[in-house]
Ligand binder design. Structure first.
Ligand code: R5P
Length: 319
């Protein structure tokens, strides 16, 4: 890969244990080999890391999603960054396609933590100089970091994919008020109308729909989410949309396929036609239902890495 414009040494790409396939795809796109690193567990569960190649002065990128098991992957990332710092890497960029703990980005009740901020502090304390990520739960999490953050969006991937389907009777639906902005952007790109489901929080982890604003009757809903965790939000949205007379053919897009607990059972209902997600979190082939379509975020991430390394603008990737 050309190095004109690079402000640091050679581009070095290292991958943690959370998303090896995505790491390989990114490396292939960039035509670089993944850096050699030994990661192992001691008998008591502690993590050991050693880079098997020189990193002194180099432009190091560590790819790791802090997905399930979240604490393991987070700790592994911190240790990988610490080892790079102590190996005198020139610059360390954490490439965190899925930023776990990001959903707690504010206090909803007294005596709660703000884990999105805590993780940002941990990463910068460990030695991260830059962050590259996709679809943070809330844009303001960028502000939890006092280092540059390149915050990519998966929306263009969904827009391209759905655009090819030509869903002229579609309506883009925000499943809750937090999803309005990205839903509006998708609706604009697809030239479709927008509807919003307003929900009320009824517990730490639970909400219930209270109102649908916008016309959904006779239309094909396209829901867009940042995260599908237990698919509770999708299920409640589907119930309320079907009750309002939408077509029983619902498309769901989500950047981060957490797919925890009853998610697959919930998504199995026949009215949900297709679930389109990216590979920021691995979905094992043997568990992946046929209706789940995986779009790769590797080209987007790889291009951002290339541009960061060469000190070029990444804003082009947003359009
Ligand atoms: C919530 O604000 C998020 O954007 C997602 O809607 C939520 O995390 C999804 O969780 P679940 O799939 O468990 O409803």
């Amino acid at each position: 890969m050309p190095t004109d414009g690079a402000a640091y040494g050679e581009l070095k790409l290292f991958c943690g244990s959370s998303i090896p396939a995505l790491g390989r795809e990114i490396a292939d796109y960039l035509h670089v080999a993944l850096g050699r690193v030994t990661l192992m567990r001691f008998a008591d569960g502690e993590i050991y890391c050693r880079y098997e190649e020189n990193a002194r002065g180099e432009d190091a990128f560590v790819i790791q999603s802090t997905c399930d098991p979240v604490n393991e992957h987070l700790m592994e990332l911190l240790i990988m960054v610490d080892a790079l710092k102590r190996a005198s890497a020139g610059r360390i960029t954490a490439v965190v396609p899925y930023y776990g703990y990001g959903r707690k980005d504010k206090k909803d009740a007294p005596r709660e933590p703000i884990t999105g901020r805590l993780v940002a502090d941990l990463l910068t304390t460990a030695g991260v100089n830059r962050m590259l990520t996709i679809d943070l739960h809330a844009g303001q999490i960028e502000g939890f970091f006092n280092i540059p953050v390149d915050h990519l969006r998966a929306l263009p991937l969904f827009a391209d994919y759905l655009g090819r389907k030509g869903l002229r009777d579609g309506v883009v639906v925000a499943p809750d008020d937090g999803a309005v902005r990205r839903s509006k952007q998708l609706a604009d790109r697809l030239d479709l109308p927008l509807a919003v489901i307003f929900q009320r929080r009824v517990g730490t982890d639970a909400k219930e729909p209270i109102q649908v604003v916008g016309e959904v009757q006779g239309r094909i809903p396209i829901l867009i989410e940042d995260i599908i965790d237990t698919a509770g939000t999708v299920m409640r949205a589907a119930d309320v949309l079907l009750a309002q007379g939408c077509q029983p053919e619902i498309y769901v897009c989500s950047t981060h396929p957490v797919f925890a607990g009853p998610a697959f059972e919930r998504l199995a209902r026949p009215e949900i036609k297709e679930v389109i997600v990216t590979n920021t979190i691995p979905v094992p082939a043997e568990r992946k239902p046929a209706k789940v379509t995986l779009l790769s975020a590797a080209p987007l991430l790889a291009e951002a890495i290339r541009r960061i390394h060469l000190n070029q603008s990444v804003s082009l990737l947003f359009t």
